[in-house]
Design a protein around this ligand. Structure first.
Ligand code: GDP
Ligand code: MN
Length: 391
């Protein structure tokens, strides 16, 4: 689950990291009022930033500086409702505008190959890391945290020096350690700060330079959401695929793919196998869908609705291995879903295992145009043929 910048900043602020204060607005008037407060508090400018779950907002015109409250209101008016990479901006973040001296990149990521958390930094911040990785991979410093001991103080110092932050050693090491800590404490897959900025500000003894986290991107591990009661509230339903929201509500594991054969299977392993066989037979699966063990007929009907909501689906392949899931329950769900379906799509069903015989009777009695199959190969071949594939 990806977090909006302001949510990510909440977690980083809570961890004691130097994030400039911020407010969130959904109307120009709100943004104007928030800007007025920051400006009265001594800020010489404010920055208004689109809150959407895509990168490159700056380039797309979704990040703008304003020098007065009125200007902030106008800028917010322009950004709210803007389309950035297909997403409509509904909220903006308003913050005191920083006077940037240098922009760096710093992130804690999960290195699955090394099975470690990796701290990744670059003195060339602001640019997208993917671009940098392609054009100048040597400019990226990578340091793996110890699997048990975490990021060691000497490692944090090494990163700070290699990024040229020797003048900010104390702050830089605290930020390195902090990003890894947030990653562990919040069960995140990614904690990215781009830019981490050297900022000039007024101190008690005149101008001074400090480090500030000006942007933040956090991706949480979905499987760990249950361990963090506050995280679910940070989900942005506006930016999720409606099919994903429905699937989650129904307790189905559903991932939409590019093909045209809708698959309904019980068990993740069987679902993967089914997809492999579809591919081998020359077809393309339209989705991965695991209805789970012990699925009742209503869940089956919901799964069918999800599959059919994808207009590119030309055939449906149901492959159920009845164990805890009962074949008759699935068959009832299929018949129910079939009776309500608004679009006529050919369907091939293979149900084996628990109550497969009753399932066969239910499907036969329903007198629908459901094509049955006994072996998995046969089912796959029929589905691919019905979708107009090569088998
Ligand atoms: P992104 O483009 O989606 O990554 O959004 P960012 O928050 O990283 O902003 C893009 C760019 O806007 C940054 O790289 C900065 O150059 C600039 N920017 C962001 N916040 C400020 C700020 O407070 N002051 C100034 N001067 N520039 C900023
Ligand atoms: Mn950024």
């Amino acid at each position: 689950m990806k977090l909006q910048e302001f949510h990510a900043k909440t977690l980083l602020t809570r961890a004691g990291l130097p994030v400039p204060p911020y407010a969130v607005a959904s109307t120009p008037a709100e943004a104007r009022a928030q800007a007025a407060e920051f400006l009265e508090g001594g800020a010489s400018a404010v920055v208004v930033k689109a809150q959407v779950l895509v990168g490159g907002r700056g380039k797309a015109g979704g990040v703008k500086l304003a020098r007065s409250a009125d200007e902030a209101g106008q800028v917010a008016d322009a950004i709210l409702g803007m389309d950035i990479k297909g997403i409509t901006v509904r909220r903006v973040l308003v913050a005191p505008g920083a006077e940037i001296v240098r922009e760096l990149y710093l992130a804690a990521v999960l290195d699955r190959t090394a099975q470690r958390i990796m701290l990744m930094g670059s003195a060339e911040g602001g640019v997208e890391i993917e671009t940098l990785a392609e054009e100048n991979p040597d400019a990226i410093v990578k340091i793996h945290a110890h699997a048990l001991l975490g990021l060691q103080p000497f490692q944090a110092r090494e990163m700070a020096f290699r990024l040229g932050l020797g003048d900010h050693l104390r702050q830089a090491t605290a930020i390195c350690t902090g990003l890894v800590k947030v990653m562990l404490d919040e069960d995140a897959d990614l904690v990215e700060v781009n830019p981490l900025a050297v900022v000039r500000e007024d101190g008690p003894d005149g101008p001074r330079e400090t480090l500030q986290l000006l942007d933040a991107k956090i991706t949480l591990d979905d499987s760990a959401l249950g361990r963090h009661p506050g995280h679910e509230e940070m989900r942005d339903l506006d930016e999720e695929d409606p099919a994903d929201i429905e699937a989650r509500a129904a307790g189905l594991s559903f991932i939409r793919l590019e093909g045209d054969i809708g698959c309904m299977v019980n068990g993740a392993g069987l679902a993967m196998t089914t997809m492999d066989l579809v591919k081998r037979a020359g077809g393309e699966p339209a989705n991965f869908l695991d209805i789970g063990g012990g699925a009742r007929s209503d869940k089956v009907a919901e799964a069918m609705r999800l599959i059919l909501s994808d207009r590119s689906v030309k055939a449906i392949l149901v492959n159920i291995f009845g164990g805890i899931a009962r074949g008759d329950e699935v068959a009832r769900g299929l018949v129910e879903a079939r009776s309500k379906q608004t679009r006529s799509v050919p369907m091939v069903v293979r149900i084996v295992g628990t109550n497969a015989d009753i399932a066969a009777e239910i499907l036969a009695d329903a007198g629908t145009d459901i094509v049955s199959a006994t072996s998995l190969d046969e089912a796959v071949e029929k589905a691919v043929a019905l979708a107009g594939g090569t088998a």
